[in-house]
Every structure is written in structure tokens, then in C-alpha cells.
Write a protein that binds this ligand. Structure first.
Ligand code: FAD
Length: 381
């Protein structure tokens, strides 16, 4: 937007942004409608994204990543949001990569990270179950040790990348008698895995191109060496220490969507006429857009501060939760108002504002609902 530039943005980031924008426009935008109809992106698109450096840009080069900072990752989400491509779940790939970097054994890092960066491995994180979402410590999926394997039973739902993923970070109880202390993260390789089944992509009100699935585990055998970090009972603490990153990503995606909504709506009202004048000439239109643009700018400055802190390693989890809850709510309000300025066309899926409206709604729910964010923030007061 106009004369504002993010303080973390360097010349290398700008160059990367140009490349990502060209790539997304030429390779993803033409697929957008087909992905929406089928309910998932294609594995080939993941490999193309890997070749172009979109996957794991801030993972060290020794593990096949781009060796850059979180700003490069942020640019990928901003550009996908700008192009209204909501079906490509690379944010999950980034989150899993950082779980592995932080907690996995050296052998696990070497085994998975390079192929995640090329897009040959597509990942998912399976926390939520039909019976429990917010109360993560109550998950029922069990992984009970039997010799040199865990035997996994249970089911998961709402899992992003669930249709395409061939590596799942499974949140499960290795000690069902405990709550947080009983949870472990298990790396489940799904190719040819007996007893594992996935449902068809779930039908959602938005994000229709993103494969959100149910997963079923019926006496699935996973080698004991696939527990992240090699030690049972660490899963909940591993999850909690990395969720800040995921929450900032959701805040950032919300800001990018809000900025796009303001930009697209401004263009629209400068061409559409009513009562012999452009809609932009009406004071209500201009004032609404000014208010949305101002909120978008405030949100941008806030997430930029969070990004700067994340790069410096000083982002605390309460601030990340603030970014997630506040930016997602501001975005939903702004998009709602921008849609109104489109009149009936805003309700038509031919117009991107309709997609932003439907796609962004989930930002207030997933990654920990906004109510849970407020609970977490309140502990820091
Ligand atoms: C499109 C989509 C993609 C998703 N992707 C993933 C994924 O990749 N992996 C994954 O594991 N999960 C995923 N989820 C699941 C998501 O994280 C959960 O839906 C979310 O955490 C909420 O859990 P729930 O749906 O069980 O709601 P519930 O926990 O049943 O909550 C229902 C309502 O009660 C409120 N509530 C609950 N507890 C409290 C409390 N203590 N105080 C105040 N209010 C409370 C909630 O805020 C919510 O409004 C996805 C969901 C969607 C819709």
C-alpha cells in the first residue's frame, strides 16, 4: 500500500517477491478453479514450488532449504493470499519443518527435510479429532508400544493437506493415562501403510481448494524411531513452543487478505457507476475504504513488528496470539465491508472479494480459536 514498506524487507526479499509473484501468477492462478472443483492441489505443483524455492526458504541449506530468514517464508504466504490462491498448504510444510529443526533427531532431519524442500514429501499436522479440538490434551488417538513399533488407533478430522500428505505429524497418546505428559508426536509415513485410510476432502464454505480431510488409523504400525526427538511424552510441549509461528502466519495471511480486499475494492468503486457518478465519489464509499485501509495499515505495522521479532528470535507466544486473533478479526470485518461496496457482484464467486470473504472466516477458528487465543494472552497479563 502506497508509501509503506516493511522494515524487515531487504533488496533480496524484494527480488524473491518478484519471482514468487511471477511463479504464482503463471503456475498456480491458472489451476485455481480446477483445484477448487477437485478439492485439492496437485502433488506436481508441490514439486514445481520446491524447484522454485517456495518450500522451506528459511530452513538451513545443509537440510536442503533456502538458508534464508522468516521474511522469505512470509513473502510466500503474502503472494498466495494476494493471488487468492488458498489451496496450497505450504504453511503447514513450514511449521512441520520447524518442529523437525527444533526437536527431531539428526537422522530424522536428514531423512525428511531435504525432500520436504523439494516437494517430494508433503506434510500434515494431525491434532484435531472428531471429539476434541480446543482441548488438545484430551486427544484419544493412541500409539501403544509393541516391540520396536507403536500400534496406532484413532481418527483425526479437519486435517489440512490430509489428501496429499505422505508424511503426517500425528499427535497421539503414548500414555493414555496422562493428559499433556502422555502426548507424543509421531512421524507417520503413509505410502503403502497398512491400516491407514483418508477420507475425501471435506466440503467447506471457503478454502475449497485446500484438502481438509479425515484420517483413520486402524492398528497402524509405526517404527519407534519415528517419534520426534526420540523420547515419549514431549509432544505437547513441542507443539506449544512452535505454535507462535503458526499463529503469526495466520495473522499475516489475514493482513494480506485485508490489503488485497481494500486494493480490489478501491479499483472496483472507481469504475462502477450509480446515480450518474462513480461509487468512489460517494462519501460513504470513501469513508468506508479509508477506515478499512487504516485498519489494514495498523495491522500491517503490528505483524511487521512480529515478523521482525520472529527473525530476531524474540517473539513471545502471547504477542503471536494477539496477532492471530486481532488481525483475523479486523480482516473479517474489513472484507465484509468491502464486499458490501461491491453490491450484488460481491456475492458472486467471479469476484475475488467473495473468495476472501469465505476463505478468511476460518482464520478466527483454526490454529487455536480466537477464544483460546484470549485465554492464552490473559495468562501474560
Ligand atoms: C479449514 C480447517 C483446517 C484445519 N486444519 C487443521 C489441521 O491441519 N490440523 C489440525 O489438527 N486441526 C485443523 N483444524 C482444526 C481446528 O484447529 C479446530 O477446528 C479448532 O482448534 C477448534 O476446535 P473444534 O473445532 O473442536 O472446536 P471446539 O473445541 O469444540 O470449540 C467450539 C467453540 O467453543 C469455544 N471454546 C472451546 N473451549 C473454550 C474455552 N476454554 N474458552 C472459551 N471458548 C472455548 C471455541 O472457541 C469455539 O468457538 C482445521 C479446521 C478447519 C476448519
Amino acid at each position: 500500500m502506497h508509501d509503506y514498506s516493511s522494515p524487515w524487507l531487504t533488496a533480496e526479499h524484494t527480488l524473491f517477491r518478484d519471482n514468487v509473484r511471477r511463479f504464482v501468477e503463471s503456475e498456480f492462478v491458472p489451476q485455481r478453479e480446477r483445484w477448487t472443483d477437485q478439492g485439492h492441489s496437485d502433488p506436481a505443483a508441490w514439486r514445481r514450488a520446491g524447484e522454485t524455492g517456495l518450500l522451506c526458504p528459511d530452513v538451513p541449506t545443509e537440510y536442503g532449504g533456502g538458508g534464508a530468514d522468516f521474511g522469505f517464508d512470509a513473502i510466500v504466504y503474502e503472494e498466495l493470499s494476494r493471488a487468492c490462491v488458498s489451496g496450497f498448504g505450504c504453511a503447514i510444510q513450514s511449521i512441520v519443518a520447524h518442529y523437525l529443526l527444533a526437536y527431531a533427531t539428526e537422522a530424522q532431519k536428514q531423512k525428511y527435510l531435504p525432500r520436504m524442500a523439494t516437494g517430494d514429501i508433503i506434510t500434515a499436522i494431525a491434532m484435531t479429532e472428531p471429539g476434541t479440538g480446543s482441548d488438545l490434551q484430551a486427544v484419544k488417538t493412541r500409539a501403544l508400544r509393541s516391540g520396536d513399533h507403536y500400534v496406532v488407533n484413532g481418527s483425526k478430522t479437519f486435517i489440512t493437506n490430509g489428501y496429499n500428505a505422505n508424511l503426517i505429524v500425528l499427535v497421539c497418546k503414548t500414555n493414555p493415562a496422562e493428559r499433556a505428559k502422555g502426548i507424543s508426536l509421531l512421524l507417520v509415513e503413509t505410502d503403502g501403510l497398512e491400516g491407514f485410510r483418508r477420507g475425501q476432502p471435506l466440503k467447506k464454505i471457503g478454502m475449497k481448494a485446500q484438502d481438509t480431510c479425515e484420517l483413520f488409523f486402524d492398528d497402524v504400525r509405526v517404527p519407534v524411531e519415528n517419534i520426534i526427538g526420540g523420547q515419549e511424552g514431549q509432544g505437547f510441549f513441542q507443539l506449544m513452543s512452535q505454535l507462535g509461528r503458526e499463529r503469526l502466519m495466520i495473522g499475516l495471511q489475514s493482513v494480506a487478505a485485508m490489503e488485497s480486499a481494500v486494493r480490489l475494492t478501491t479499483e472496483y468503486v472507481k469504475t462502477r457507476e450509480a446515480f450518474g457518478q462513480k461509487l468512489f465519489a460517494l462519501q460513504n464509499t470513501r469513508f468506508t475504504l479509508v477506515e478499512c485501509a487504516t485498519e489494514a495499515r495498523i495491522a500491517r505495522v503490528f505483524v511487521d513488528d512480529c515478523i521482525t521479532r520472529l527473525i530476531a528470535g524474540t517473539l513471545d507466544s502471547a504477542t503471536a496470539s494477539m496477532a492471530k486473533y486481532w488481525c483475523s478479526e479486523r480482516a473479517q470485518e474489513a472484507i465484509h465491508r468491502c464486499l458490501q461496496l461491491h453490491g450484488g457482484y460481491g456475492y458472486m464467486l467471479d469476484y475475488p472479494i467473495a473468495h476472501y470473504f469465505a476463505d478468511n472466516r476460518v482464520s478466527m477458528i483454526y490454529g487455536g480459536s480466537n477464544e483460546i487465543m484470549k485465554e492464552l494472552i490473559s495468562r501474560s497479563l
